[in-house]
Design a protein around this ligand. Structure first.
Ligand SMILES: *Cc1c(COP(=O)(O)O)cnc(C)c1O
Length: 509
C-alpha cells in the first residue's frame, strides 16, 4: 500500500494523512513548566497553599498532573474525537437502543441562554419559561402515549423503570396488598428484571412462543394474586409487535396486577398506536432514543415516566402544575403528595434533554412523528428483504423498527456473530447489537431508524452481503478482523491488557 515517498513521514511515526497514528497520553506529552493559563501573581501574603493545610492532609504519592499548553490539550482531544464512531458520521445500527440522528435545531434550542444558563436553584418565579416547557412536554408525551400524567424526572430508561416499579409497589401497599412477584418475558432487556429485583420483587421469566411473541396462555399460567406486575416491551426486542397485548393486559388486570410498558421501542408506534390504549398502566420514554436527544457519550439521557390516573398520587415530586385561574397565570412546583415515591433526581432532571425533545416534537408535529414510525418500520423491513436470502433470520416475519439475524448459516465456516461485528468495522460501520436478545443464539440486531436514505441502507446491506460471502470464501480473514483500523483485534478475553497498535511503517494491506 505504502508508496516509497511516504516512507519518510512513516518512519518518523507520521501517517500519510497528516494525523499522528500514535496518540500519546497527556501524561506522556507533559513538559515541566508548560501551562495553559496566565494568572496575575498572587497579592496575598504567605499564600503558599501547602503551608495553610494540615500536613497530614498532604500526599506525596500522587503523580504530578500533566503540564501542557492550551493548544496541546485542544489538539489531543480533537484528534481523539476523530477516532470515534458517531451518528453524525454514519449509520449506527444498534438494535433496541434507537440511535437516531439528533437534528441540529434541537441543539440550537437547548443552547438558548434562557435554558442553557438557567440556574437550578433560581426561584420558580424566574423559571417560568422552563416550567412551561416541561409542562408542555409532559402533556405532549401523555398525548403520544395515551397516558394521563408524566414526570420528566428520571435520568434514563432504567431509572424510569425503577420509578414505575416503585409506584406499582406503593400502589399495592396502599391497598394493603402484599405481592412479591414481577413477570418478565424472556425477550426483555436486562434492565427490566434488574428494576424489579431492585424493588425486592422476585422475577419470574415468561417464555415467548415459537413465533417469538408472548401468548396469553403463558401469562395466564404464571398470573396469580402474588404478582404485582408484568413488564412488557412492545414491539419486543425481536422487533415484533405483540399481537396479544390487549388480552394479556386484561389477564393481568383481572388478578389485580398492573402492566409496566417498556417504552424504549416507542419509535415504531409513534402516531400509530398508543401504549395507554393497549392496556399499559405505567411506562417510560427514552428521550435519548425516540425523541432524538443525544445518547451515551453524547450526553446525559432522560427517561420520563408516564402513568394512568390510578398511579398519579405516587408520581415523583416535585410535580409541575399550571396555575388555576384564581391563582393567576403561570406554573408552580408542587411537593405536597403524601403518597409520592419521593424525589429521584436533583432539581428538575436533565433539562437540556427536555428542550431538545420538545424542539423535536414541535418541529415534526403529529404527522412528522407518525412518518418517523412509518419510515423506521419500512427501513427495517427493506433491510430484511435485502438480507434474508444470505442470512439466517430466526423468526422471519414482517418486523417493526428492527430485525434480528443470526450466524447460524455461517456455522460451517466457523465465523461467528462477533467476527461479523468486527468485520463491519472494516466497512466503516459501527457494529449492530450482538448476542441480544438472549433467546436468539448468535443474534445480530439491526435498527436502521427512519433517518437513513435508500442509498445509505443499500450500502449497509451490501456490506453485510459481502461479509456473508467472505465468510464462505475466506473465513480466516473475517475471523481475524478488523484489518483496517488503528488498533488490531483486541483480545477481549483479557480485557486488562494494553491493546497493540496496528501501525507499522512498511506494512502492506
Ligand atoms: C435502552 C433500553 C432500556 C434502558 O434504557 P436506558 O435509557 O439505557 O437506561 C430498557 N429497555 C429496552 C428495551 C431498551 O432498549
Amino acid at each position: 500500500m505504502s508508496d516509497e515517498r511516504d516512507a519518510g513521514p512513516e518512519r518518523l511515526g507520521y501517517a500519510t494523512r497528516g494525523i499522528e497514528y500514535e496518540e500519546p497520553l497527556l501524561f506522556e506529552r507533559s513538559r515541566p513548566g508548560r501551562v495553559g493559563y496566565s494568572l496575575p501573581a498572587s497579592d496575598v501574603p504567605d499564600a503558599d497553599p501547602a503551608a495553610a493545610l494540615d500536613p497530614s492532609w498532604l500526599r506525596s504519592d500522587v503523580p504530578a498532573l500533566p503540564e501542557l499548553s492550551e493548544v496541546d490539550v485542544v489538539r489531543h482531544f480533537t484528534r481523539l474525537s476523530t477516532w470515534n464512531a458517531a451518528v453524525d458520521l454514519g449509520l449506527y445500527p444498534l438494535g433496541s437502543c434507537t440511535m437516531k440522528y439528533n437534528p441540529k435545531i434541537n441543539e440550537w434550542a437547548a443552547r438558548l441562554p434562557g435554558f442553557a444558563r438557567a440556574h437550578p436553584l433560581q426561584p420558580v418565579a424566574q423559571s417560568q419559561g422552563l416550567l412551561e416547557l416541561m409542562w408542555r412536554l409532559e402533556q405532549a408525551l401523555a398525548e403520544i402515549s395515551g397516558m394521563d400524567r408524566v414526570s420528566l424526572q428520571p435520568a434514563a430508561g432504567a431509572q424510569g423503570e425503577l420509578a414505575g416499579i416503585m409506584m406499582i409497589r406503593a400502589y399495592h401497599e396502599h391497598r394493603g396488598e402484599k405481592r412479591h412477584k414481577v413477570l418478565v418475558p424472556d425477550s426483555a432487556h436486562g434492565t427490566n428484571p434488574a428494576s424489579a429485583a431492585l424493588n425486592d420483587y422476585e422475577v419470574e421469566t415468561i417464555p415467548s412462543g415459537r413465533d417469538g411473541v408472548l401468548h396469553p396462555e403463558a401469562v395466564e399460567r404464571a398470573m396469580n394474586e402474588d404478582v404485582a406486575a408484568l413488564m412488557i416491551t412492545n414491539p419486543s426486542t425481536l422487533g415484533l409487535f405483540e399481537p396479544h397485548i390487549a388480552a394479556i393486559c386484561d389477564l393481568v388486570h383481572a388478578r389485580g396486577g398492573l402492566v409496566y410498558g417498556d417504552g424504549a421501542n416507542l419509535n415504531a408506534l409513534l402516531g400509530i398506536a398508543r401504549p395507554g390504549d393497549l392496556g399499559i398502566d405505567v411506562m417510560h420514554f427514552n428521550l435519548h432514543k425516540t425523541f432524538s436527544t443525544p445518547h451515551g457519550g453524547g450526553g446525559p439521557g432522560s427517561g420520563p415516566v408516564g402513568v394512568k390516573n390510578i398511579l398519579a398520587p405516587y408520581l415523583p415530586i416535585p410535580v409541575v402544575r399550571r396555575l388555576e385561574q384564581a391563582e393567576g397565570e403561570g406554573f408552580a412546583l408542587d411537593y405536597e403528595f403524601p403518597r409520592s415515591i419521593g424525589r429521584l433526581h436533583a432539581n428538575f432532571g436533565n433539562v437540556g434533554m427536555f428542550v431538545r425533545a420538545w424542539a423535536y416534537i414541535r418541529s415534526l408535529g403529529p404527522d412528522g412523528l407518525r412518518r418517523c414510525a412509518e419510515m423506521a418500520v419500512l427501513n427495517a423491513n427493506y433491510l430484511l428483504a435485502r438480507l434474508r436470502h444470505a442470512w439466517h433470520v430466526p423468526i422471519d416475519r414482517t418486523v417493526m423498527h428492527e430485525c434480528v439475524l443470526s450466524d447460524k448459516d455461517l456455522e460451517p465456516s466457523g465465523v461467528t456473530t462477533l467476527d461479523v461485528a468486527k468485520r463491519l468495522i472494516d466497512y466503516g460501520y459501527h457494529p449492530p447489537t450482538v448476542y441480544f436478545p438472549l433467546i436468539v443464539h448468535g443474534a445480530l440486531m439491526i435498527e436502521p431508524t427512519e433517518s437513513e436514505s435508500l442509498e445509505g441502507l443499500d450500502r449497509f446491506a451490501d456490506a453485510l452481503l459481502a461479509i456473508a460471502d467472505e465468510a464462505r470464501r475466506d473465513p480466516d480473514w473475517v475471523r481475524t478482523a478488523p484489518h483496517r483500523t488503528r488498533l488490531a483485534r483486541l483480545d477481549e478475553t483479557r480485557a486488562a491488557r494494553r491493546p497493540v497498535l496496528r501501525w507499522q511503517p512498511a506494512s502492506s494491506d
